[in-house]
Design a protein around this ligand. Structure first.
Ligand code: PMP
Ligand code: GLN
Length: 383
């Protein structure tokens, strides 16, 4: 007799990103669903990684990440946010942002802990909470600008609240935190045992000169926070799966205990390449304008369609209402336009456990201009 497995995540199916990308591939649709660029990443960064391999940097890197890479990240943090972070004790290189998030949550959470999570929520958060036996406390961001209702946060805090999860720039909505949100956060967590996890994987992809409200700007908040980043997202190489976590020395020490026996260390040549690449500040300072231009180009094209945009201030994404076209559910609509018009998107209701459907779909605009043009030529035909 074989043992039967009792699922630790009984509610979890296949992620919508895989579902929509598979459908797009099967139907030959333009894929504006899953968030990944379809244009080449920096040649220079590719060459730097190749050079690192040729130079023989092909064995295990330091468990916490290549020292030179952590040092250049600490310089970047000091330059952008004015905070001095110790590369030896406060930064750990991880195999992607997803892993950094999972490790941070696993480091802190125990069964029965409550975690405040805002919906629509990136799809890994709730399973990451539940696998640790903790309880997600879901709060809807306020439609249509997706701001945080801090009064509701205050009402939902209990003695068991252990963590608040933030994400700015936000996936899927493109909303960003403002200085007032930070003030509210500070007042909510003051004198509590609440930790913060801040998902900042779209750190450099923020538009209209809005300053990114990184938790790294606020040393008092960083003391109780883990902040997760993704090289894959910002440098247009999502397949690299490389990122990092920043925290206080005390929290990072515990994070590393979990990391040590999970992945131990990350791809060495990429770390060498990035350490050299990041010495040129333009490598990251140029990113916002580059991606903003894509947002604006897509927006201009989309003005010819019957879709109505919601604002996007950051990330790879923009939400569009389709109420002038149909009253179908967002899932039915997204699937139908993939099948009938050959453009894949992501229905936003999947990011709510309740399936709340505001009839908006998410498009990824971080694509070649010709891809955006091809998609919009098809979307124009929808009446
Ligand atoms: N958080 C958010 C909000 C994301 O959109 C992504 C995108 N993949 C991640 C985390 C994960 O980043 P990575 O691909 O580096 O794991
Ligand atoms: N973050 C990407 C998105 O939102 C997808 C990453 C993934 O497929 N897990 O589209």
């Amino acid at each position: 007799m074989l043992p039967t497995i009792e699922s630790k995540l009984p509610q979890v199916g296949t992620t919508i990103f895989t579902v929509m990308s598979s459908l797009a591939a099967e139907l030959g649709a333009v894929n504006l669903g899953q968030g990944f660029p379809d244009f080449p990443m920096s040649d220079q960064l590719v060459s730097l990684v190749a050079r690192a391999m040729q130079e023989g940097h092909n064995q295990y890197a330091h468990m916490n990440g290549l020292v030179a890479l952590r040092e250049v990240l600490a310089e970047k943090i000091a330059g952008l946010y004015g905070t001095l972070v110790d590369p030896a004790s406060q930064i750990t290189i991880t195999p992607g942002g997803t892993y950094a998030i999972y490790t941070a949550l696993t480091t802190v959470l125990r069964p029965g802990d409550e975690v405040i999570v805002f919906e629509p929520a990136y799809d890994s958060y709730i399973p990451n909470i539940e696998i640790n036996g903790a309880i997600p406390v879901r709060i809807d961001l306020r439609f249509p600008d997706y701001h945080i209702d801090w009064d509701e946060v205050r009402r939902r805090i209990t003695p068991r609240t252990r963590m608040i999860l933030l994400n700015s720039p936000h996936n899927p909505t493109g909303a960003v935190l403002r200085p007032d949100d930070i003030e509210q956060l500070r007042s909510v967590v003051k004198n509590t045992r609440i930790f913060i996890h801040s998902d900042e994987v779209y750190e450099h992809l923020i538009f209209d000169q809005i300053p990114h409200q990184s938790i790294l700007r606020y040393p008092d908040l960083l003391e109780r926070s883990f902040v997760s980043f993704s090289f894959g997202k910002v440098f247009h190489c999502t397949g690299w799966k490389l990122g990092y976590s920043v925290s206080s020395p005390a929290l990072m020490q515990e994070f590393r205990k979990v990391h040590q026996f999970n992945c131990f260390s990350c791809h060495t040549p990429s770390q060498f390449g990035l350490a050299r690449y990041l010495t040129d500040k333009e490598s990251y300072l140029s990113l916002s304008a580059f991606v903003q231009q894509k947002r604006d180009y897509f927006g201009k094209l989309m003005a010819q369609t019957k879709f109505t945009p919601l604002p996007s201030y950051g990330s790879y994404f923009q939400l569009y209402k389709y109420d002038r076209i149909s009253d179908e559910s967002d899932k039915d609509f997204a699937i139908r336009i993939t099948k009938e018009y050959g453009v894949a998107s992501i229905p936003v209701s999947v990011f709510y456990q309740s399936g709340k459907d505001d009839k908006v779909i998410r498009f990824c605009f971080c694509k070649k201009e010709e891809t955006l043009e091809k998609a919009v030529e098809r979307l124009i035909k929808i009446s």
